[in-house]
Structure formats: C-alpha cells, structure tokens
Design a protein around this ligand. Sequence first.
Ligand SMILES: [Zn+2]
Ligand SMILES: [Zn+2]
Length: 944
Amino acid sequence: MPHDLPKAYDPTAIEDHWAEYWVRENLFAQPAPAAGTSPESAAFTVLLPPPNVTGQLHMGHMFEQAEIDIMVRWRRMTGRRALWVPGTDHAGIATQLMVERQLATEGTSRQQLGREAFEARVWEWKRHYGGAILDQMKRLGASVDWQREYFTMDGHLSAAVREAFVRLYEQGLIYRGAYIVNWCPRCQTAISDLEVVYDEHKGHLWEIRYPVLTVDGQDSGEFLTISTTRPETMLGDVAVAIHPEDERYLHLHGKKLRLPLMGREIPIILDEWVSRDFGTGAVKVTPAHDPNDFALGERHHLPSINVMDDIGHINENGGAYAGLDRYVARKRVVADLEAQGLLGAIKDHIHNVGHCDRCKTVVEPRLSTQWFIAVNKKPDDGGASIAEKAIAAVKPGADGKKAIRITPEQYEKTYLNWMENIHDWCISRQLWWGHRIPAWHCANCHKTTVARVDPTACSHCGSAQVTQETDVLDTWFSSGLLPVSVFGWPNISAENRADFDAFYPTSLLITGFDILFFWVARMIMFGCWFSKDIPMSDGSPRPLAESVPFREVYIHALIRDANREKMSKTKGNVVDPIEIVKQYGTDAVRFTLASMASPGTDIAFNIARTEGYRAFANKIWNAARFIFMNVDRAAEIGIKVDPAELGSIPTVASDAPLEARWIVAELKRTAIGVNQSLETYRFDVAAHLIEKFFWGDFCSYYLEIVKLRLDFSDLAKETATRAALTMLVRVFEVALRLLSPFMPFLTEEIWHTVYDGNPPAKSIALSRYPQSDDSQVDHRALGAMIVLENLISETRALRKDLGVEENADVPIAVCAGPGINASIGGGYKPFLKENLAIVERLARASEVRFVQQISASLLRRHTYAGDVAVIYEATIDVATERDRLTKDIAKYEKGLASAERQLGNEGFLAKAPAHVVEGLKKQEAETRLLLEKARAALDALPPE
Ligand SMILES: [Zn+2]
Ligand SMILES: [Zn+2]
C-alpha cells in the first residue's frame, strides 16, 4: 500500500481531523488506578487554570495552554501517567455582568427578575454560551482528560465549598465584621484589592476651612484648614487629626471644630500617623470611607458614619445632600462651602484613582459588613496559622528542601513578601451569582447559624425566623479549593481515595504572574490547610510536602504585540489566536510561542515568526513526501523497510557511512538537549534545538547526502540502498516523536503514514519520547561532519562571491592546513576522498583537486582543515547583459519618477501617516542607488 500523504501541507484539514480523533478516542483520559494496585509509574498531574465560563480564547490563553500541553505531552511520552484536568470558573462578577447586560437590552434587570429567576437565567446562559473556550481548546488539540471536565458550581465542587466554609467557621477562622472595602457602585459589591486597577487622574485638591470652637461651643473666629480629593466625604467626618508635635497647632490641642455644612461638633485628635509635610498637616477623619481613617477611628474609638449607599449616592446620613449622586454631591458641597466662605485654595492634583477591573467604574472605599478568613490566627490546637503554613510550603524546610518550587525564582520572594504581609481575606461578595454563604441570621436573637445542611431554626434560640445571608463567596474561594476538590475532597474515605492518592499533590502549575496572589496563593493556603487532615494511604500523618496543592509552579511570561505593547481592545492590537491558527495552522502558532518563551521577559508576538514556522512545517511535510516516495519506489523492486525495525534510536556500526553515524549522533544530542531544556522550562531552547536538527541537519544535509545512496537501478547496491533507506526512515520516525509535543498535528499525521496507517499505538502522543545520554553520542562523527560542513559552506560562499550560476558544477581546489582535526584521523586527503561524493554533491564540485598550495590568483577561504578555492572564470554574454541592464534602468527610472511625484505632492504628505512617508523616502533613495549601479555596469560593458 503506498504511503498516502496529500501533496500540499494543509494544516486545517489535518488538524480538524486529529483534534476530533483525540477527543473521540478519549486518548488522554487518565482514570485512577484500581484500588489496591500500585501503578507502574508516577503520575504527572496538572490543573488547567480555569478560564471564566464567559471567556473567549485569547493569545494569553493559547500561550499558557501551549506550554502546559508541551509539558504534559512530553511527560506522558516519558512514561508518566499524565493527567491534565480541564474546567471553567463560574466567575461571579464577570458572568453576572454579562447576563445583566443581556437583561438590559431586553428592558429588564436582575432586580426586576428576583434572585431565583436571575440565577436560573444565568444557568440558562451558561448552557447556551458557557465554556466556548473549552471547545476552542479541543480544536487546538490540548491533551486534557475531557471526562474530568468540571465547572466550579458543579454539585460536588459546591459541596466542597460549603464544607470548607463550615469547617473554617467551626475552627474560629471565619468571622463577620465591618471593614473598609473597595466598593464598586456599578457591580454593587465589594471587590478585592487585586481587582482594582489604578489610573493616574488629573483631579483637584480642595482646601476646606473648619471653624475652631471656643470652650463654650462658639465660633472662635479661627479656622483649621484641611485638604481633600473627595470633598463629599466630609459629610461623614468625625474628627480632624494633627501630629502631636506639630508646632503650628499646639494651641489647638483639646479643642473642637464645627463640621461645615453638617453643623456637628467634632474633636481635634492627635496622632503620630499624620504627616506634617502633606497639605496643611491637618487631616479630616472619615472612618467609613477611607482605610487609613478607619484605622485612626479604631485607635481613637471614634464612630463611623457611612454617608453613601450601594449605588454611590449620598444616603440619609448626608443631611441636605441625601439622594444625590456622589459627583453631583461633590459639586454641590464645593459650591456651598464657597458660598459660606469656607473654601480655601483649589489646587490641581494628579492622583491615582482606583477603578473596578470588570466595569471600569471608579471604586469607592466604603465601610461595610463582610465575611473574612482570619488567615493569621493560630487555630485553637496551637498549630500554625493558614498563612504560616502557606509560607512554610515555599521556604526550605529542616531538610533544606522546598515543598513547592517556584520558577523563575524571583517570584518566590514576591510570593513570600505578599504572604508575610497578608491581611485577613475578605471572602464575601454582594452578588447573586456564586456560592451563597451558608449562614442564617436570626431575627429573634440576632445570632448567626452556620450549617452543612440548610437549617429551619436558629441553633441558638430555636426561632424559626432565620434568613440566609445574601452574600456569595469570592470566586477565588472555590477555585482555591480545586486541587483538593477535583480529586474528591471532602469525601475521602478508605474506599474512595484512589483519585486523591493517585493525583494529589499535583505536579505542576503553569500560570501567569497576574494570578499569583489571586489564585496560586489561595490554592496553597487551602491545599495545605484541608489536605493535612487526610492521612497518607498507609495511615501515616500527611507531611507538609504531601499537603501542598502542587510541587512546582512555573510563572510564564506575558504576551504582547510585535511592538511590545500590551494587547488591548481599545488599542486595536489584539491578535486573535483563532484567526492566525486559521491562517497558519495550530502547529506553527504553537511552535512560535514555544520558540519565544524565554523566561522572565515579555513576549513580543510577531506574525513573521509564525509565517517562518509554517514554512518549517511545510519543509518537514515535503521531507516526508520525499521519503515516502522513495520507500514506495524501493518497495516496487522488493526493497522493504520493515516497520518492526522502527521505534527506537538506531544503533550504527562504526564502519557505516559518515552521514549515518553523524545524523544518529545529532539526533541523540538533540534528544538530550531537548529533554534537559524541558526539565527547566526552557521551551525556547528546546524549540530551537529541534528546529536546528530538522531544518539544518536533517533536511539541508542528511537528506541531500542520502539521495546519493539510494540507487534503485543497480541491484548490486541493494544492501547499501536498503540500509540507507531504513536508516532514513528510522531517524525520521524518532525525530517526529521528538517534535510531537511541539507540533502534535503534523507529527501525528506523518507518523501514521510512516506506519502505513498501522502504527504501534493509537497516537504518536502515546509513543515514547526519545532519550539518550552523552556516553552514547559518537563525537568523532560529529567532529568529522563539522569539517565537511565547513568546507561545503565556505565553497558555497565562494561560489556566491564569484557569481557562479546556481546549477553549474565547477572544480574546487583544496589544500590541507597544518592542524588537522582529530576526528578525521588518517588525514584530510583520505578523509575527503572517502566522502568525495558528499562534497561533490553538496558543494556542486565537478572535481576536487588536492593541491600543495592554492594559486595566488584564486579567491580563497579558510576552513577548519585547510584552504579552499573555486576554480571559475566568469563568462558573460554581453548582448544579453546589455539588454537586461537597459530594462532594469527603465524600470528604476519609472519607479523613481513615481516616488518623486508622490513626495512632491503636499496633499499626500499632509494626509499620509509618518511611517508611510518615511518608507517612501527610503524606497526613493534605494531606487536611486540601484539606478546608478545599473548605469555604471552598462557603461563598463565591453563593446560587442
Ligand atoms: Zn464594577
Ligand atoms: Zn436565634
């Protein structure tokens, strides 16, 4: 049966086919080993950072998933039981926002629908549109176990969330309290510090004069001036603070002020926190609307007056301003102060304003009642706090080993610094979409009941007047639990722990820096905390090293556009991965991403590279076609390549032809390098090694040399032909496996064809990854080939210098230099004679002349083993040359005239973008140069 590979490489056709095949055949499913059996090899487990259920695949995802997939495919091929678990996150804020927008277009709102109907509506949305991103992953060939796909609101994962909440509450580690949070008036929820993005804003600093009161409460005529960027918050002021040693204000100690517009008396308090250099050195204190003021208020036992409601309007505590939007109120407050002569200077002020990362609304720091995890509190049993455990997991232990290794190492410090300064984690969100907090408030005794099963009565007083908390949990609460919950926690029993034993801790997490604190840190906190109570399978207590959610974290770089600008929709420089995949194929895009993935630097994605790797894939495709053509031709005359001989790196006899010994040595060396590079996450180095092998060694040299050995017309050469052909196919098959994690589609297609549709495994992804070690590498063959390659490339360069026509074979002269490379042993001349056919073919030498000295009249080049010259005298046909030059000159003159006309057109110059004008000027200069050259060459032609 002929080896059937379509003539042209068409990535779309083969990729759709194999992507569907991998899913249909369930090739990457990794069930837990049956209870009581011990698996032959260690697991390699990776969790997909779950994209939002609302998400669409962007370049960042594709980059991250390409890295994960390369790792997983590679580890799988090295014999590990690889498991990659996919899933999506319910993404509270993002999803709720999406559905709210949809409702708005229908003229309704979530409030009009009510909570239950709204939740149903979100589920419906999810059924229709959710998880599109996973379908995109399927098309891109991610080698995940689709049978394990989860959604963070699935029943068993929601049960884990509830158990985690109740357990922490019972341990005294969850509490409810008033705190300053970042409030988004649009989303109407608290958002975490990490979800606030800061932009520089041109604003103002308003000075306000607060009247100082006499002891009997009368205006003294003196004023204390404060400055603020948010004047409307003064409605909630409860004091003004000064530094106790500020000499300007010593006489004001113990006095009171009248709060303008509101009329209430407020004290002047002394606190060393106040900076004497900022503004006037007097600071208004608004505990309900600023985190620093909140701390001041706590220290001085001041009340908190919240003057704003959930949508950013002034509430009933704001006196005459109640009901006004915060910015309307700001204007009114400033105008009223001015009218009363209490407004001081207004200064321009550039300050950082926080915006909601989701909806871009300006965030309002605001006091509200929230739920918290006391991450720094030691539990009652006296053990370490949640944060302490999360720190210990990353620091070297008593044995000097780290339970979690973070790469690049710099992020370890970033993580530790954050964790060592962590505040209590605010876990409540005022949303409807998410895991509703399992707490019930009692209208009778006002106490709270937290329960695993929905209660019908208060656990304190027995009253039936209990209502469930309306807040839901922060999305990171559930995603933080994933490493334990996807493997069955909390239902880990003797009969039901195979998954957990087999796959926990996971092996590796590959993710971006942007979620180091959001997600990575939460997983470490929860993983260590909840798994510590699960004994090891032999019943022994679980040590920290086995409690961590993952053993390694690799933080990948961020992807930017070709000009190193952040990709953003507003800038219009977003590269859509699906579009470029359509254009160049997944394999070429993956290879581009891998080749650019050097650690620690952002990646400037350049489509020209993808074009290059499309050509690389094409090169391999054509090599395959050439090989199969020869295999089929050989078969016609009875020379067969036995498939049973394939599947391992060939061993080569020491008397085999140089190219066979060399290519096998290169193959081994490449395998060693690629394995080592992947071990240290150097995807870029691995990709370059493979590219160099395939393109440089295999296609440019080896294939060309092998052509010399394949002689189907001379039956006397049958043994040599068969040996050469078998070696060619064997090396190619191994090289495909080497490339497979990087270009899974192309290699799958060709690999099946190598085996004529009957491969030894269902997929190349299930075959073994090539391995070798340095002691097996034939360094002599490598050295000898370097000498030969050097001679060939220098000869090629000489031919170019001399203008030798590409197809002309011309003689070369070589003379041996003094120091001969040890790898060619017996001497240069015998070595070249032995490999004469190779030199003649690759250097296009009609003859190799061995000389004592190269004639002084010849252009020469040095090579590793001596000098080389090309013996060639140019002959030109004057008439043809004159004709060619005349045509060129006419062409250049025309081009030049057109460029000059455009550059002389002022209308054009005014409208054209700068880079177009620049390009045109450059083109004009280049054309002028070419024209001059051509004219000079024409003048120099001898007469006919
Ligand atoms: Zn918002
Ligand atoms: Zn009660």
